[in-house]
Write a protein that binds this ligand. Structure first.
Ligand code: ADP
Ligand code: MG
Length: 262
C-alpha cells in the first residue's frame, strides 16, 4: 500500500474512533515529523497526547457545568489581607488537595459575608481543574431535593448522586432548622460519604456548639459532627462581611437586601 493510502486509512480510523483532536492535529504533526526528522513513536506520542489533553479539558468543562457551582470564585481571587482570620498556610495546604485524596473534610465557619462560600467554591474549582468531580448544593436545595425524591420513592437515587462526586460542598448549614426526616436524610448522606472515605466541605454560620439548635434531635447533631470532624480541617472566620465593608468604604448604605439575605 502506498503512503497516501495509509494516510487516508489513518484519517478514517481516527474519525471512526472519534479521536477528533488527533485528527485535527494529524497534518501539522506529520509535517513536523518530517521537518524535525522525528520517528513514528514521537508522532504517536504527540498525536495521543493532544487527544488526551483535549478530552481532559472537555471533561473538566463538563464537570464544572454539572457541579452546580453558583459563581466561579477562585482562591487566587481571595484577599487574605482583608480577612486575617483565614490562615493562609491552612488554605495553601488545602489547595494541594491532599485532603481530597485522603478523604478528609473541611468545615468553614463564620458569620455572613466573610468568604465561606468563596473558599468552598475555590477549593471545588481547584478539584475540578485537576479532573475531580465536585458537587455543590446549599442545604436548602439539598433538603428540597430530598423531599421531592422521598415523594417519588427515589431517595436512593439522590444518595447515589451525592456519593458519586469526589468532593461534595454543602453550603449554608444553619440558616434553617431541620425537621426530623430532613435531618435523618442529611445524616445518612454525610455518613455514606464518610464510610466511603470521600471528602465533604461544609459551610455554616453557626458554631459547633449551636448546631443542636438546627437539629430536631441533638443525637443526630452529635452523630453528624462526629462523622464530619473525624478527619477534618476547620476554618473559623471572624470579622466583618467583606461586601458590607466595601460598601462602607465606598460610603454606600449597608442594609441592602442582598447583603442581609445571603
Ligand atoms: P459567606 O459565604 O461567608 O456569606 P461569601 O463567600 O458569599 O460569604 O462572600 C461574599 C462576597 O464577598 C462574595 O462575592 C465573595 O467573593 C466576596 N469575598 C468575601 N471575602 C472575600 C475576600 N477575603 N477576598 C475577596 N472576596 C471576598
Ligand atoms: Mg455563603
Amino acid at each position: 500500500m502506498s503512503e497516501a493510502v495509509h494516510y487516508e486509512r489513518v484519517r478514517e480510523h481516527l474519525e471512526a474512533l472519534k479521536l477528533h483532536a488527533a485528527l485535527a492535529e494529524l497534518d501539522p504533526l506529520l509535517e513536523a515529523t518530517a521537518k524535525e526528522e522525528r520517528g513514528a513513536a514521537w508522532l504517536l506520542d504527540q498525536l495521543l497526547t493532544r487527544e488526551r489533553d483535549h478530552r481532559f479539558e472537555r471533561r473538566v468543562a463538563a464537570n464544572l457545568k454539572l457541579s452546580g457551582i453558583p459563581s466561579k470564585k477562585t482562591l487566587d481571587q481571595f484577599d487574605f489581607d482583608a480577612q486575617p482570620s483565614v490562615p493562609r498556610h491552612t488554605l495553601d495546604e488545602l489547595d494541594t488537595l491532599r485532603f481530597l485524596r485522603e478523604g478528609e473534610n473541611v468545615i468553614i465557619l463564620g458569620p455572613t459575608g466573610v468568604g465561606k462560600t468563596h473558599i468552598a467554591v475555590g477549593l471545588a474549582m481547584k478539584a475540578i481543574e485537576q479532573g475531580y468531580r465536585a458537587y455543590f448544593l446549599t442545604l436548602h436545595d439539598l433538603i428540597n431535593r430530598s423531599r421531592v425524591a422521598r415523594e417519588k420513592n427515589r431517595l436512593h437515587v439522590l444518595h447515589t448522586t451525592l456519593l458519586r462526586s469526589d468532593l461534595f460542598v454543602l453550603d449554608e448549614v444553619g440558616f434553617q432548622a431541620l425537621e426530623l426526616p430532613d435531618a435523618t436524610f442529611l445524616f445518612e448522606a454525610i455518613n455514606k460519604r464518610y464510610a466511603a472515605n470521600k471528602s465533604t466541605i461544609v459551610t455554616s454560620n453557626k458554631s459547633y456548639g449551636q448546631w443542636h439548635e438546627i437539629f430536631p434531635d441533638p443525637i443526630i447533631a452529635v452523630a453528624l459532627l462526629d462523622r464530619l470532624l473525624h478527619h477534618s480541617t476547620t476554618i473559623n472566620i471572624r470579622g466583618d462581611s467583606y461586601r458590607l465593608r466595601h460598601r462602607q468604604q465606598a460610603g454606600l448604605p449597608t442594609t441592602r437586601q442582598e447583603d442581609t439575605m445571603t
